[in-house]
Design a protein around this ligand. Structure first.
Ligand code: OTU
Length: 643
């Protein structure tokens, strides 16, 4: 591992402490043998990562030793089926790269409770889902709690959703159905009513050190100059005054979310333990929430600091010891060029996350849709690096958050356009403000008229399906084609494409009455509707909108599984075509064509190079020398040797 230009120190591999040796000795022989091997493999790197973070502390050796002991204990407690899964996946690191398909939902909105989700496994299987991200289900702070992203206990389930046994049972049932459960791991902050925050508020000195404090208004003002605002309208500022302490605690997001201080090794150790505990309940993937914010360096914007990668790589190393079946997924909503480090490709080299959200690609696809021109998508993909073996992009059309626009600034600037103007145009179109716009979204955090922040709304609302009135007709047809286009692109590019709950049935935005009933003013509730049971029952009826969308996604999933190669590393390259509205992507040898315009187009096959070509959806070989793409039309093509 290299870090901040220091010469790599050649470190004599020290044996582990007597405490670690005793722990190993106390384990059943077979587990001890495997764990010893894993420890031998991981420890040099893990030690070096942690030394960079905490090596200056006098008790470093005992910290490391305690951490290793608790990691070994976690491995010891792993159920036999999970232990077996660990062994299998250790020898097959590409296990998650064979056409995995994700689905993301709130437990209550999808199925009421964790048990309810278990009842819906058949539905997920029918759709073809193999990865289920359930939005926060751990015990949350008192409402409003940022949709559960203010966690009050990492070892308890939100009581209205179930308990830890229900989680375990759900994970096992999902696993039996070939579906991996992903849980959020909200690493950056805890709820103000989490025990750590309560103890800190009550002046417990060791818990005070779990957080970041500033002791004057000047210090707050000074620091704010360097920081961004995540929720400028509903939660301005990054600090919250705590009267009991007569000090300001760092709160990047809502005031009820206290940022953890990772300079304190106890924070790292507690969060690692929380992660391994959840993994032992059967969680197979962690969505590392707000990963970019974990390390504060005064005088900087405190985003994407090198230490973030030391922390995440150390977490990865602990899972490699105690639960190697587990995937780590970075939720770093950052410009494209900031993302490679989350795969361990930055200055701190080494295994890090398996998966990361490609939010620039998502945002770019919406700009492209509004401009009826995919130029921005091409620009984003041109700057998207190939990934190391075992790593993939998570691609998506919508999620529970807004579409954040500012990640696209670098690409728009590179295209020579005024980023603010262009993003403002897309945002105004999608919120339905632009004359003639089909969209029914809404602006998010739009307090500053000179800035552009994000856009809310379900896919159906943003693509014109809602606006078309659900009475049939050409506008509805166009909207359905837009949805198919957006998902087809996501499925073509992604190692892990994610379906956001409701999109498979074309659900509209949360209703006005429901929005009113919900606590808190957060505009993102607009795209957090409850599952519509009527729509769900219509999914097999192709004369209905739910039937058409469900069928369309099923088709994408099957064709992707059967015809699109899954080999890693995956290379996605845009291929310029003479027709400006068509995005042409090469995926290893295969091609995806996406017409972002409502006008039908013809593409001369000659421009694509390879011949003959097979249409993956119909299975037929293309017989003519031009390819017709209808309004928002899509084609996935195989060169003959793949066919
Ligand atoms: C994440 O979001 C979650 O996805 C949000 O739902 C939470 O509110 C937030 O963390 C706090 O836990 O910072 O790096 O809409 O894109 O807040 C990613 C803004 C984040 C989100 C942003 C985000």
């Amino acid at each position: 591992m290299k870090f901040s230009g220091e010469a790599p120190t050649l470190r004599q591999h020290r044996p582990w402490s007597p405490l670690v040796a005793d722990t190993l000795d106390s384990l059943p022989a077979e587990r001890a043998r495997v764990l010893k091997q894993r420890l031998e493999h991981e420890l040099p790197n893990l030690r070096s990562l942690l030394e960079h973070l905490y090596g200056r502390l006098p008790n470093f050796e005992s910290f490391l030793s305690t951490l290793l002991v608790s990691t070994l204990r976690a491995a010891q407690q792993r159920d036999a089926d999970l232990w077996a899964l660990d062994l299998a996946r250790e020898h097959d690191p590409a296990w998650h790269q064979r056409g995995m398909v994700g689905y993301c939902a709130y437990v209550d909105k999808f199925a009421g409770t964790l048990d309810g989700v278990q009842q819906r496994i058949g539905y997920l299987q029918e759709l073809g889902v193999t990865y289920l991200h359930l939005l926060p289900f751990l015990k949350a702070g008192k409402a409003p709690n940022d949709g559960g992203f203010a966690v009050a206990s990492f070892a308890e389930i939100e009581p209205t959703l179930g308990d830890m046994n229900a989680l375990k049972s759900l994970c096992r049932a999902l696993r039996g159905a070939g579906i991996s459960l992903c849980s959020d791991l909200v690493l950056n902050h805890v709820a103000e009513d989490h025990a750590w925050a309560r103890a800190a508020r009550a002046a417990d000195p060791s818990y005070r050190e779990y957080f970041h404090w500033l002791d004057s208004e000047e210090a707050v003002r000074e620091q704010e100059q360097h920081l961004v605002q995540i929720f400028p309208a509903t939660a301005p500022g990054n600090f919250t005054y705590v009267a009991e302490q007569n000090a300001w605690v760092w709160t990047t997001f809502y005031p009820c979310q206290w940022d953890l201080n990772y300079a304190n090794p106890a924070v790292f150790a507690d969060m690692a333990a929380a992660m391994l505990h959840l993994a032992n309940h059967g969680v197979e993937a962690f969505r590392l929430d707000s990963t970019g914010f974990l390390w504060k360096r005064p005088g900087t914007n405190c985003m994407n600091q090198p230490e973030v990668h030391l922390i995440v790589q150390a977490m990865r190393s602990l899972t490699a010891i105690a639960s190697p079946a587990v995937l780590l997924k970075a939720e770093a909503i950052m410009p494209t060029q900031e993302l490679p480090p989350y795969f361990g490709l930055g200055p701190v080299r080494g295994p890090e996350c398996h998966i990361a959200y490609h939010s620039s690609l998502m945002a770019a696809s919406w700009v492209a849709l509004t401009e009826e021109n995919p130029e921005v998508v091409s620009e984003v993909l041109a700057h998207t690096p190939d990934l190391p073996t075992g790593c993939s992009w998570l691609t998506y059309v919508r999620c529970h958050d807004d579409i954040g626009w500012n990640v696209l600034r670098p690409e728009l600037a590179a295209l020579g356009s005024d980023p603010l103007r262009r993003l403002a145009r897309a945002a105004s179109f999608l919120s339905g403000e632009t004359e003639g716009s089909y969209a029914r979204g809404a602006r998010f955090q739009a307090s500053d008229p000179s800035a552009v922040h994000g856009t809310n709304g379900m896919t159906a609302a943003l693509t014109g399906l809602t606006g078309a009135g659900r009475q049939g007709g050409p506008q509805q047809e166009l909207a359905l084609q837009r949805i198919a286009l957006m998902y087809a692109m996501s499925f073509f590019v992604g190692g892990l494409p994610l379906i956001y709950m409701g999109d498979e049935l074309g659900l509209d935005n949360t209703s006005a009455s429901e929005l009113q009933a919900r606590q808190g003013p957060d505009g993102r509730e607009l795209h957090r509707p409850f599952m519509d049971e009527v729509a769900l029952r219509q999914r097999h009826d192709p004369t209905t909108i739910p039937g058409q969308l469900f069928g369309m996604l099923r088709k994408l999933i099957t064709v992707r599984q059967e015809r699109l190669g899954h080999g890693a590393p995956l290379q996605i390259r845009p291929l310029p075509l003479s027709c400006a509205s068509v995005l042409c992507l090469r995926r290893n040898g295969q091609m995806g064509l996406f017409n972002f315009s409502r006008k039908p187009v013809r593409v001369a096959l000659q421009e694509l190079g390879a011949m003959p070509l097979q249409d993956m959806f119909s299975g037929a070989q293309l017989a003519t020398d031009t390819l017709e793409l209808g309004p928002y039309g899509v084609a996935w093509l195989n060169p003959a040797e793949h066919a």
